[in-house]
Design a protein around this ligand. Structure first.
Ligand code: HEM
Ligand code: HEM
Ligand SMILES: [Fe+2]
Length: 458
């Protein structure tokens, strides 16, 4: 750790870990409900466990983004954070919001708008937290007078994510209008501005882990951001196929969303070429696993499995089925869960000095169990989804009859989900195994040009 204030990141990461664990408990609970009579039907039905599962996901991933930003910005701008106190106030407010929202869902207190179910008071607290966050980061950079492209892309992503939350603050009486604007937040988050956040973290990690040339990496970053913008913004229309808006959205959505995987392929090539060209200049190979893993899993889960059902003539059969869940899991995990775990794995040895820089055996178990488990879960959702589309949408069998016929895939989902959960448990145990000790290292801040860092080490 080069700056004392970077230690706030630890508490954000710790909170994210607890919420991640809870998210998985509610995921497994949701999956077991597919298997038959539900003893908890009147206490904790599927709709409640699912909303808690997905909301915890969003809250823990955003907590991770915030922690990782508080870690990265002092490093990039070479300065202490503007206010540590504000960062803690933000964390406490944020967690109070997240936990009380989940408790509210248990009592059916929510708006019912998928992924944006938070009641208005909670949404307003989210806005307050984002304002504090942006102010703190903005002031830090402003005072330092040092602003790198890498952190620029990150901050642009965070700022735009906050702006795009605004459509979610209003309630629309008309369902079509409500769905139309819902995607301005959800789609433009996951297929637009959050990809900038991922790109910013990815560039930071690759520059430090591979010693790749900063100038080259940042040029690539511009290309990726450009592609995200061109395809991702108009690609929103792939959610407008069947919601009651004019038919011209069909070709627009199909063509532009089919271009989106290009940006993701760019990111994967970028990660791979950084490692190939520059090798390894840093001992933390565990963080490198998570970084490159994130780029590749995103290409698979978001790029390939997104493309698989984005064309209108396919989507008319698969819309809202388990095919969507297949893609939603692999994409969210690869892009956002893995990049947060990459940032945590990179920062942790500096926050807990007893930890080995190259990662622990348990850390590698966590990585591989999660990869194998999530791949298996994706296949389970895929096979269940293909069966569902055929039986329900093509043959016209009833929804519940279909669910009974595809139960074998749900057994596979619970089995592979358990492997994944073991990987998550390993990551969490590994995180808390060593006590944090916040010491500022004497090491000079690295040269912004990764190559000279490499030369200095050699
Ligand atoms: C990191 C990037 C991505 C993430 C995290 C992600 C995640 C998700 C999630 C969670 C949903 C379900 C949303 C809901 O129903 O509320 C969804 C739907 C969808 N995604 Fe993605 N996605 C990503 C990228 C992509 C890309 C690049 C494509 C296309 C090439 C794509 C195509 C689709 C389509 C067509 C749907 C609608 C499915 C339906 O009609 O039910 N996604 N995505
Ligand atoms: C043991 C691990 C997990 C299990 C068993 C599990 C199970 C489930 C189940 C059963 C659903 C409901 C699908 C439906 O509506 O029919 C769901 C939804 C969802 N889960 Fe998970 N999940 C797990 C982990 C994760 C992880 C790690 C992520 C992301 C990083 C994630 C993201 C999502 C998303 C985005 C949805 C909404 C998908 C949609 O609306 O189509 N889950 N999960
Ligand atoms: Fe989308």
């Amino acid at each position: 750790m080069r700056y004392r204030s970077q230690s706030v990141a630890y508490w954000y990461f710790a909170a994210a870990m607890v919420l991640f664990g809870l998210q998985i408990v509610f995921g497994l609970l949701s999956a077991t409900k597919y298997l038959g009579p539900d003893p908890l039907l009147y206490i904790l039905p599927f709709d409640v466990t699912k909303v808690i599962h997905t909301n915890l996901l969003i809250v823990w991933v955003l907590t991770g983004f915030m922690g990782a930003t508080y870690w990265m910005v002092p490093d990039e701008s070479r300065t202490e954070l503007h206010s540590v106190k504000l960062a803690y106030i933000q964390l406490v407010l944020w967690l109070l919001m997240g936990v009380s929202a989940v408790i509210g869902y248990l009592f059916r207190y929510g708006t019912g708008n998928k992924l944006l179910e938070q009641p208005l008071p909670h949404k307003l607290v989210i806005v307050v937290c984002m304002v504090i966050f942006l102010y703190n980061i903005g002031m830090t950079i402003w005072k330092s007078r040092r602003f790198t492209t890498t952190e620029g892309v990150l901050v642009l992503g965070i700022g735009s994510a906050a702006v795009l939350f605004f459509p979610a603050l209003f309630e629309y009486k008309n369902y079509v209008v409500s769905i139309f604007y819902r995607w301005w937040t959800i789609h433009l988050w996951v297929e637009g501005v959050w990809e900038m956040i991922q790109g910013g973290f990815m560039a930071y990690l690759l520059i430090r882990l591979s010693g790749a040339d900063r100038e080259v990496m940042e040029k690539w970053l511009y290309v990726i951001v450009g592609l995200v913008f061109i395809a991702g913004i108009i690609g929103t229309a792939h959610h407008y196929y069947w919601i009651g808006v004019p038919g011209y959205w069909l070709p627009i959505g199909g063509i532009f969303s089919a271009l989106e995987p290009l940006a993701l392929a760019g990111m994967a090539i970028y990660a791979y070429s950084a490692i190939r060209r520059s090798g390894l200049s840093h001992p933390n190979t565990l963080a490198l696993h998570w970084t490159v893993g994130s780029a590749l899993f995103t290409l698979f889960g978001a790029g390939l499995l997104g493309l698989a059902h984005t064309w209108p003539s396919v989507n008319k059969w698969t819309h809202g089925t388990l095919i969507t869940a297949m893609h939603g899991h692999a994409a969210f995990y690869g892009a956002y869960a893995m990049i947060v775990m990459a940032m945590i794995s990179y920062a942790l040895p500096a926050l807990c000095p007893q930890r080995r820089e190259s990662g622990t055996a348990l850390g590698y178990w966590a990585f591989w169990l999660q990869i194998v488990g999530m791949f298996g879960m994706t296949l389970s959702f895929a096979t269940a989804g293909i069966g569902q589309v055929y039986l329900e949408r093509i043959l016209g069998l009833g929804y519940l009859d279909t669910q009974l016929k595809i139960q074998v895939h749900f057994l596979m989902l619970v089995a592979t989900g358990s492997v994944f959960a073991a990987g998550v448990a390993a990551f969490i145990v590994d995180f808390f195994r060593y006590a944090p000790r916040f010491e500022v290292s004497e090491e000079k801040a690295p040269d912004p040009d990764g190559r000279s860092l490499l030369a200095a080490r050699a």
